[in-house]
Design a protein around this ligand. Structure first.
Ligand code: GLV
Ligand code: MN
Ligand code: MN
Length: 412
């Protein structure tokens, strides 16, 4: 039975982990940054070494093709992939696993005598982590990018997408040209670490994803009044930070209380202005994120949080402004892809379980244009988006072999 080479897979994962490596472990390799662009150049070299054709689209997505020079409707492709960008202070597997395992699968097939009837390709999607825009590259590829929004897309520190892409040699305004022709992708399957603890706790090697959460991010800006922090009586202060803190706590309780069990929420970015210990904060900004697999629940929670922000601000005599940053759609995974993954698991003697993904993934954009699905392997301790994110090497090998045999089934 055809199998991946774990030594080659491991060598490549560890080689990729050097781009943006942090002294204490883990990586910071944000999309379009110098380490990311060095990793892109390295990846193109590895794809060529594996005997694949390569191309990079106007959204910066990198492709390696087996049996095709580009995506076209003449020969609909079976696509796999993930991303090589990371969050700040992230781990070495989130995204990297799906790209490198996809490359290894195509390398193993090319070296074998197996000639699948359909062409195969692996993609590394740009800015999956959404520094400048959630799931940017796959959104462009799937024709979901709002061209009018590109000029104003920016990171939370204000760095504009057009500037970041420009520094990396791309023209952001051309990104919508990455949209693939309808019907050019026959199916998509992505291997990823679970990033949670459900598989490990259940003692199961493989998760078959049945749906992926939607993620909404909103910038919540409280406008108070800056004042002297020593001389202004406490009862006269209109402290924007205290309103933001009050909102963060109450929004957490609202989402947990009204979300129906699966909804989660996070405030991962806080800016206080002007940011001096002797000035009452005149402005405080939060980036508030919410997730749920049910679009109706997400919509309802977003409305309730908007009302909450108004109430919190009014109670403190200040104002609040909500600016939507991104909203990805929850997506069901295709039964055909789930069945192919389960058949691959059965052929390899591996137990599996269906589960929903609590993390966002490019597969949810692909679900809008083709049959899309995902394979999860256990994450050690459920840890992810942190420097000690890891999975066992034998778990990685099992996941890559499930990906290989799923691709072969989908391409049959
Ligand atoms: C992707 O990593 C996410 O934030 O879910
Ligand atoms: Mn990821
Ligand atoms: Mn991630």
């Amino acid at each position: 039975m055809l199998a991946v080479s774990l030594p080659r897979l491991k060598d490549r994962l560890l080689a990729l982990a050097r781009f943006g490596a942090l002294p204490g472990g883990g990586v910071t390799r944000m999309c379009w940054s110098p380490p990311h662009e060095q990793a892109r150049a390295w990846l193109l070299g590895e794809l060529k070494t594996a005997g694949l054709t390569t191309w990079v689209d106007p959204a910066g997505n990198v492709f390696g093709g087996l049996g095709l020079p580009r995506v076209s409707i003449d020969a609909p492709v079976i696509l796999t992939g993930s991303h090589i960008d990371t969050v700040p202070e992230g781990g070495i597997l989130d995204g990297a696993l799906g790209v490198i395992a996809g490359l290894e699968c195509l390398h193993a097939i090319r070296e074998s005598t197996t000639r699948p009837p359909r062409p195969l390709a692996v993609a590394a999607w740009s800015d999956e982590e959404g520094r400048y825009g959630s799931l940017f590259g796959s959104r462009a590829f799937c024709g979901r990018l709002d061209a009018a929004a590109i000029a104003t897309m920016a990171a939370v520190d204000g760095d504009r997408l057009v500037d970041a892409m420009g520094r990396a040699g791309f023209d952001a305004r051309r990104a919508p040209e990455a949209a693939a022709p309808r019907g050019s992708v026959a199916a998509y399957v992505e291997l990823h670490i679970e990033q949670g603890a459900r598989l490990e706790e259940a003692g199961l090697p493989i998760g078959v994803v049945d749906s992926i959460v939607g993620v909404r991010r909103t910038r919540v800006v409280f406008h108070g009044q800056a004042d002297h922090a020593g001389t202004t009586p406490m009862e006269r202060r209109r402290d924007a930070f205290l309103a933001a803190a009050d909102y963060a706590l109450k929004a957490r309780d609202l989402v947990v209380g009204r979300g129906g069990g699966r909804a989660v929420t996070n405030v991962g970015v806080v800016h206080v202005h002007p940011g001096a210990s002797n000035i009452v904060p005149g402005r405080a900004e939060l980036v508030h994120e919410m997730r749920d697999p049910d679009p109706d629940v997400l919509e309802r929670l977003a409305r309730d949080c908007e009302a909450l922000a108004g109430e919190v601000a009014a109670a403190r005599g200040i104002t609040v402004e909500l600016r939507p940053l991104s909203a990805t759609l929850p997506a069901p995974c295709a039964p055909r892809v789930q069945a192919a993954i389960e058949a691959a698991c059965a052929s390899l003697g591996l137990a599996s379980q269906r589960l929903y993904s609590a993390a966002g993934h490019d597969a949810q954009n692909l679900a809008g244009v083709t049959d899309s699905g995902m394979i999860f392997i256990p994450s050690r301790g459920g840890r992810s988006h942190r420097v000690d994110e890891m999975s066992d090497w034998d778990a990685i090998e099992r996941g890559a072999n499930v990906l290989l045999h799923t691709l072969l089934r989908l391409a049959a």
